[in-house]
Write a protein that binds this ligand. Structure first.
Ligand SMILES: *Cc1c(COP(=O)(O)O)cnc(C)c1O
Length: 410
């Protein structure tokens, strides 16, 4: 397997990109689906924005260093990665807040319909936001319908206002068919919101081509924007006149610096801004996003698929495929860029693996989750990681007391 890994690494056209990231020595990082590592450009920008722009240029930086344009600038850098033409993506807030804005605004466009369909095993915040909006508006205006992932299309009828789906399931990694589902929803007059948390930067996303209505996503996972980096929101051009988000704030005003007491929303996706952008975080994000103009998402997808398949082969070669039960779809084409395995000791195994220099993560109640990030992980590292895992499982290292108690963040 080692020589296969080395051959794959030699043929890897993305291999050169790794030098644009600062990764610790002797660490195999398989958790870029939770927190992307630090890009060199992002670190340099952090120093520049703090020392020079904030420290020396002070408030003049809003104009001099175009701080005021960062939300749009970052949005335009994300747009091509998710298949969006210019003028439809803006960077702001978190996914949770953006979901609230987009769901509230879109529901208003669907007068006479109140159902919001999502999946039972969607990322909890997506479900919480619908529940919160239901509390706010009352059940007559917003009704939550939870569907099995396999049964989504059966839920779609003329009583449904909105369909809110995460394109890649955060646990299993199952990839939904954006094109087919969006089309089925539109045929019944339903608007669709796609959560791209585990797809933006992980695989080619085609929002415009699929005629998606709205989308949200975060930038700290596959987009490497840094911990808590601002999220993004996509509103298709055709909805930008009718759609009004409810958190009307001065940054979404047509003329914020006229300090007019009457709210007049700016035209376009910019109306999704509410308050002052997090300039330091967004500057760092802007620098991190520069890498995407150098990569072809088809190549990223190709390597990601190959990494997933190679990882499974390594598990087999190490006879771990019985011990760790794969809960991700069998077919690579039905997966995002991750694999998840069930084991009753998943948490302790993950902790022991981290101690051995391999970082993956655990998702309650019993999943070991492994993210494949083609920009900076090699095939040889996958082989090293699986060998370490083999030792941990063979020696039952995970039973050690130190690995058994859950930390606050898992
Ligand atoms: C990571 C993730 C989020 C995170 O939401 P924030 O509000 O940005 O913290 C939301 N939805 C999904 C599907 C995720 O995977």
């Amino acid at each position: 397997m080692l020589s296969t890994a080395q051959t794959l690494d030699k043929q890897d056209s993305l291999a050169g990109l790794r030098q644009q990231f600062l990764l610790p020595q002797n660490t195999v990082y398989l958790d870029g689906n939770s927190l992307g590592p630090l890009p060199v450009a992002a670190k340099e920008r952090a120093v520049e924005v703090v020392n020079q722009q904030w420290g020396q240029d002070l408030i003049t930086s809003w104009n001099q260093h175009a701080w005021i344009d960062l939300p749009q600038q970052c949005g335009e850098l994300i747009a091509p990665v998710i298949g969006a033409a210019p003028g439809q993506v803006i960077c702001c807030d978190s996914i949770s807040v953006n979901l609230f804005k987009v769901l509230s605004g879109a529901l208003k466009m669907q007068q006479g319909r109140q159902k919001v369909v999502t999946t039972k095993d969607n990322f909890p915040t997506d479900i919480y936001v619908i529940e919160g909006l239901k509390q706010q508006l009352g059940a007559a205006s917003c009704e939550l319908v939870l569907s099995d992932e396999s049964d989504i299309e059966a839920q779609l009828d003329e009583s449904v206002a909105m369909l809110l789906l995460t394109q890649v399931n955060f646990r299993s990694g199952r990839l939904l068919d954006m094109q087919r589902i969006t089309e089925a929803a539109h045929a019944r007059g339903i608007l669709v919101i796609w959560d791209l948390a585990h797809s933006a930067g992980a695989l080619p996303v085609k929002l415009d081509e699929c005629k998606a209505d709205f989308a949200v996503g975060c930038t700290y996972k596959y987009l490497n924007g840094g911990p808590g980096a601002p999220a993004f929101i996509y509103v298709a051009h055709r909805h930008q006149t009718a759609f009004k988000q409810p958190l009307s704030g001065w940054m979404g005003h047509a003329a914020p610096f006229s300090f007019d007491s009457d709210y007049a929303p700016v035209q376009g996706v910019k109306q999704n801004l509410s308050g002052t952008p997090a300039v330091i975080a967004m500057s760092v994000l802007e620098a991190a996003l520069s890498i995407w103009s150098q990569v072809d998402m088809l190549q990223v997808r190709q390597k990601s698929l190959a990494m997933g398949e190679f990882f499974l082969e390594c598990l087999k070669a190490c006879e771990l495929d019985k011990e760790l039960v794969c809960v991700s779809p069998d077919s690579a084409l039905e997966r995002g860029s991750q694999l998840a395995f069930q084991h009753e000791q998943a948490y302790a195994i993950c902790q022991a693996w981290i101690d051995a220099g391999v970082i993956a993560d655990f998702r309650a109640p019993d999943l070991l989750r492994i993210g494949f990030t083609p920009l900076y992980v090699s095939f040889e590292e996958l082989w090293i990681a699986v060998n370490k895992l083999k030792l941990i499982i063979e020696n039952k290292d995970y039973l050690s007391e130190a690995y058994q108690s859950l930390q606050t963040v898992t």
